[in-house]
Write a new protein. Structure first.
Length: 329
């Protein structure tokens, strides 16, 4: 009897333990689900009543303030505050890195204009820009350019009007050159890494006038034409990047291209650059209606042999030789 009571007691304890093992987890799950889904329900009710968000918060203003805060934080990490729109001040080691990386990329990828743009600013030392500034200050047109600081764009040049000018004018020649080369004065990159605002404008002016040099010399923007114009700029203005380009860029060209440059175009570019008027002082916007031959004479610029024609004639000669060779196989 005693044994039976013990067994019943043990059985009851086992059942109770099993019940607790089931009930307690179930209760915990019920409590957790009530908390989660109850919270979701309360959020849904608040959203329905319009109580969830503060209607008085100006989110656009907050986003603008966050953006301005990030800009201020970035500006505070620079060696100086930006001195003109788009200015990105660099530490000296950053300028050295910019020179090294852009120089490397420009040599191996000269087709990427962004590399050339960065190398130009990395090598535009203050001593060079100050010298260019003094050159402009010594000339009446140069002084006016510095004072008025014109900006060369499609709109300021009234580019469509140039197409209607007489064919002997520089403006018409320039328009036809832009059309043939499929470029625009609006494609020139802004200056970012030059610290002095006046120096930055001078370099911007030099950059924007580059296409005028191409047009007045009838030089295409293929690699040989670019090297030739860079050599002209180096001899005429002392632009460091242009001088480097004149020496190093031909090393990446084919033998026949190097021969044309060394025999014809580089000697012409150096000779013309040293003898002609400083091109940075030319107020090109005021020369558009002038007779192009007279303008070249005034600037002491002589035309080189037509590079397009030379390349075309060589290609034709090569095709003729290939045809004769193939016919005798």
């Amino acid at each position: 009897m005693f044994r039976l009571s013990v067994l019943r007691s043990a059985g009851t304890s086992t059942v109770a333990s099993q019940c607790r093992g089931i009930i307690l987890p179930a209760a915990a799950m019920y409590t957790l689900s009530s908390f989660i889904f109850g919270k979701d329900a309360r959020l849904a009710d608040a959203m329905e009543r319009g109580e969830l968000h503060n209607k008085n918060v100006d989110y656009a203003k907050e986003a603008k303030e966050r953006t301005e805060s990030r800009i201020r934080a970035l500006a505070n990490s620079r060696p100086m505050k930006p001195r003109y729109e788009g200015h990105v001040p660099l530490y000296r080691y950053e300028k050295l890195l910019l020179f090294a990386i852009s120089g490397w990329n420009s040599f191996f990828h000269p087709e990427d204009g962004y590399n050339i743009v960065q190398l130009g600013e990395a090598t535009a030392l203050p001593i060079f820009l100050e010298s260019l500034k003094q050159t402009m200050l010594s000339d009446s047109s140069g002084r006016r350019i510095l004072k008025e600081q014109p900006n060369i764009t499609t709109d300021t040049l009234h580019i469509e009007k140039l197409a209607k000018l007489p064919h002997n004018t520089f403006g018409y020649v320039y328009y036809q050159w832009l059309k043939r080369e499929n470029v625009s004065p609006d494609t020139r990159a802004p200056v970012k890494f030059i610290d002095d605002p006046m120096h930055a404008y001078i370099f911007k002016r030099y950059r924007q006038c580059h296409d005028f040099y191409h047009a007045i010399t009838n030089m295409p923007i293929i690699i040989e034409g670019e090297v030739t114009i860079k050599a002209l700029e180096g001899a005429n203005l002392g632009v460091p990047m242009a001088i480097l380009g004149g020496f190093l860029a031909p090393l990446r060209l084919k033998k026949v291209q190097r021969k044309r440059l060394y025999d014809i175009y580089l000697p012409w570019a150096v000779r013309t650059g040293l003898s002609c008027k400083p091109l940075i002082n030319v107020y090109w916007e005021e020369m558009l209606e002038k007779d192009v031959a007279t303008l070249r004479k005034d600037l002491q610029i002589t035309l080189p042999p037509d590079l397009r024609t030379m390349r075309k004639n060589r290609a034709a000669l090569r095709s003729e030789i290939d045809a004769k060779y193939n016919s005798h196989k």
